[in-house]
Design a protein around this ligand. Structure first.
Ligand code: PMP
Ligand code: GLU
Length: 397
């Protein structure tokens, strides 16, 4: 008997970031040395005080189901953090804690969208956005941006994508995969159109604390009055506190939406992991020194990667204002042979780079931008040095 998979899941593209990381891990398991720049996850250990809080949660019996939307202490810590950092006032009941920010995004889109609705997504976009939108039956509408404009959505391009079916604008700043960031003024220009057209914004702000140089992060709902009522902010502990495996993220927004997400989650996963929630609580309320230390290390790597890209003939990238990705323009190195292998697009380039030089990156096409490859610099300096030496060697052939 052939099992039949639902049409909606048959049409689903698996995550390319995870697929490339899986390929790299498989090569490593075969004993190969792989220079892995594929996955965006901090290489640091979760700070000790956070791990300790998890142990204490286990030892003190906090190992049961929790409230579906998360323990009250954690929801309160999240709204306190937004009040202190951004001056935004939310009630704890407006936060729903989920199994990672990816799950939070899925919840938000599921409760917001009906089949036929349209979601505007600026490209290059994070791999999961378009697929999570499609899972709801809604349609992703891709709005192009330019490297010369640091991949920021221009108000005219945003306006041009709006139809009678547009419901949501999905923004990511600082951006995965480009590292670019919107200034408060940029966000204001987009917000004016959001308000005029009565749209909802999903603001993925998971990289808000990973910002370099003089760049200043602004949370989307702060840039104009009236935005908190029509914005859902998505965030989490994965990147800021090196907690990718703990799976804690959240969505925060209007009360009716939070209630709908809570109801959805109560049927779907019951609640996020109790132990991880106590760890996340310690992350938000405990000492913050480790955040600054990790940021300082990422900043060094960012500068190194920027300098290596600039020094390689035919490569370029936009300014990396935040997050930990270089989105490398490889277009001048496509349409030629590498050790006899013809390479015409970013997927072929990344797969051949992995096969010939054992360097794992992710193809730009997975982020809606052909002619690019994403390199994560959330990895050691030694790994970055070796990886860029090999990229240089690969290109010189
Ligand atoms: N949004 C963006 C832009 C990301 O890069 C990631 C990376 N995983 C996520 C959401 C999901 O984060 P989490 O690990 O908390 O699910
Ligand atoms: N967000 C990270 C990345 O883009 C982790 C992998 C994933 O969740 O897709 O590489």
């Amino acid at each position: 008997m052939t099992l039949s998979i639902s049409r909606i899941v048959q049409a689903l593209e698996p995550s390319a970031t995870i697929a490339m990381a899986t390929k790299a891990k498989a090569l490593k398991a075969r004993g190969e040395t792989v220079y892995d720049l594929s996955l965006g996850e901090p290489d640091f250990d979760t700070p000790a005080h956070i791990r300790k809080a998890a142990l204490e949660a286990m030892e003190s019996g906090r190992t049961h189901y929790t409230q579906s939307g998360g323990i009250p202490e954690l929801r309160r810590a999240i709204v306190d953090a937004y009040r202190t950092t951004h001056g935004l006032e939310y009630a704890p009941s407006q936060v729903v804690v989920s199994n990672g920010a990816k799950h939070a995004l899925h919840n938000v889109l599921t409760v917001l969208l009906d089949p036929g609705d349209e979601v505007i997504i600026p490209a290059p976009y994070w791999v999961s956005y378009a697929e999570l939108v499609r899972l709801t039956g809604a349609t992703p509408v891709i709005a192009q941006t330019e490297q010369a404009n640091n991949f920021r959505l221009a108000p005219e391009a945003f306006r041009a994508g709006i139809t009678g079916k547009t419901k949501v604008l999905l923004l990511c700043s600082p951006s995965n995969p480009t590292g670019s960031m919107y200034s408060p003024e940029d966000l204001g220009g987009l917000a004016d159109i959001v308000l005029e057209k009565n749209l909802t914004v999903v603001a993925d702000e998971i990289y808000e604390r990973l910002v370099y140089g003089d760049h200043k992060f602004a949370s989307f709902p702060t840039v104009r009055p009236g935005l908190p009522e029509r914005t859902v902010v998505v965030n989490g502990v994965s990147k800021t506190y090196a907690m990718t495996g703990w799976r804690i993220g959240w969505a925060m927004g209007p009360a009716s939406l939070a209630k709908a997400m809570d109801d959805l989650q109560s049927q779907q996963t019951s609640c996020p992991c109790s132990i991880s929630q106590y760890a996340a609580l310690a992350a938000l309320t405990g000492p913050q020194e480790s955040v600054g230390q990790m940021l300082a290390e990422f900043a060094k790597r960012r500068d190194y990667v920027e300098q290596r890209i600039a020094a390689i003939d035919g490569l370029s990238c936009a300014e990396m204002a935040g997050a930990f990705y270089a989105f490398i323009n490889i277009s001048r190195h496509l349409g030629r042979k590498y050790q006899g292998v013809q390479i015409d697009n970013s997927a072929e380039w990344c797969l051949e780079l992995l096969s010939q030089q054992k360097v794992a990156t992710v193809m730009g096409s997975a982020f809606g931008a052909e002619g690019y490859a994403r390199a994560s610099f959330a990895t050691s300096m030694a790994n970055l040095e070796a990886a860029f030496d090999r990229i240089e060697k690969f290109l010189k052939q």
